[in-house]
Design a protein around this ligand. Structure first.
Ligand code: ADP
Ligand code: MN
Ligand code: MN
Ligand code: MN
Length: 356
């Protein structure tokens, strides 16, 4: 028997949280997948996902990776949540992503890469902030080195190592603009043995968040995904999302990227509504953001909503970066909405029914 840590998303509003519990399972296969782990259930009345009178919610494994925290033959088992009648739970946004993919987006083979920024907090203050007052202004901290510039690197490094051991699509990391703030990326890495599809990358980012919270927990810290943890002249935390399709990656794909950004311009408000809680505090037009009320496309412009990276402009093909999603955004919602808008799939009604 081996340890399996079942992980799922709860119903916390406005930002869903992670929950997990452990089960011993028999596992005889070398590299187990979701089907090698039994379905399970949990007390939905304790996570606001069900009433006390009919409290069982079902857990269906969807993504399995090695558990670097326990080590050995242990696994992390990410699950979708279902109601007792077998329909996807209202909080199960992965089911909506499956529906949009199956409704036609998959034919365009979309790939995705998320840049997750986060802030390490101790006693309500970012690491590197004095107990009273403020540290020196921003400037030296981004990609900074040294005990006066980089705060919490051991956490970021342990996280990198664990994500690699788990086999996640871990791309890289850097210290961010505000003290105590870090970024890691998950998704497309330019290796054709990877699977940077939307479901896989979105799953991997949620698992990477789980691992990060566990490492921080052990150190007595909080890894905050708040969009604007410190008000004032301090950068917020985002989850820039990089997106491509067969057409944008093909020769001359810059034309498909232009069409995609045109479609995005017509659905700005809808995208903003699913890109995380408290976005207005972060998308101010300052601190490398575009104002929440504007939609702007720019080449290599970090004050734009959508940035076309320099290399993409030069190659005439590739991907674009959506800079709007906040650090607390749900990867399933972001991926669903990008796929729907760029691939012109209707996502206006709840797609849960079609998903099952
Ligand atoms: P930035 O310059 O914005 O800080 P990063 O170096 O942090 O960018 O991250 C680059 C991101 O772009 C990664 O998440 C990577 O997965 C993603 N990416 C690169 N190429 C593609 C592509 N063709 N399709 C989708 N995502 C891509
Ligand atoms: Mn980045
Ligand atoms: Mn960043
Ligand atoms: Mn970026």
């Amino acid at each position: 028997m081996i340890f399996a840590e079942y992980i799922w998303l709860d119903a916390t509003q406005p930002t869903q949280g992670l929950r997990s519990k452990t089960r011993m399972v028999r596992c005889d296969v070398e590299t187990p997948g979701p089907r090698d782990f039994p379905d399970w259930s949990f007390d939905g009345s304790s996570t606001s996902q069900a009433d006390g009178s009919n409290s069982d919610c079902a857990l269906a494994p969807v993504c399995v990776v090695k558990d670097p925290i326990r080590g050995g033959d242990s696994y992390l088992v990410l699950c979708e949540v279902f109601n007792a009648d077998g329909s996807p739970h209202a909080t199960n946004m992965r089911a909506s992503l499956r529906a949009v993919l199956n409704a036609g987006a998959l034919e365009q083979d979309p790939w995705i890469g998320f840049e997750q920024e986060y802030t390490l907090m101790k006693a309500g203050r970012p690491l590197g902030f004095p107990t009273e007052g403020y540290p020196g202004p921003q400037g030296p901290y981004y990609c900074g080195i040294g005990a006066d510039r980089a705060f919490g690197r051991d956490i970021a490094e342990t996280h990198a190592r664990y994500c690699q051991e788990a086999g996640l699509l871990y791309y890289g990391l850097n210290a961010e603009v505000m003290p105590g703030q870090w970024e890691f990326q998950i998704g497309y890495r330019g290796d054709d043995r990877d699977d940077p599809s939307l479901l896989n990358a979105a799953d991997h980012l949620w698992i990477a968040r789980y691992i990060l919270h566990r490492i921080a927990e052990k150190a007595g810290l909080i890894a905050s995904l708040e969009n604007k943890p410190i008000k004032g002249d301090w950068n917020g935390a985002g989850m820039h999302t990089n997106f491509s399709t067969l057409q944008t990656r093909a020769e001359g794909g810059i034309e498909a990227i232009r069409k995609a950004t045109e479609r995005l311009s017509h659905r700005h408000d809808h995208h903003i509504s699913v890109y995380g809680d408290g976005l207005a505090d972060r998308l101010t037009g300052l601190h490398e953001t575009c104002s929440i009320s504007d939609f702007k496309v720019g080449n290599a412009d970090r004050g734009a909503s959508i940035r076309i990276p320099l290399g993409v402009e030069l190659n005439g093909a590739g991907y674009f970066e959506d800079r709007r999603p906040g650090a607390n955004a749900d990867t399933y919602r972001v991926a669903t909405t990008l796929a729907a808008t760029v691939c012109e799939i209707d996502d206006t009604q709840t797609t849960h029914e079609k998903a099952a």
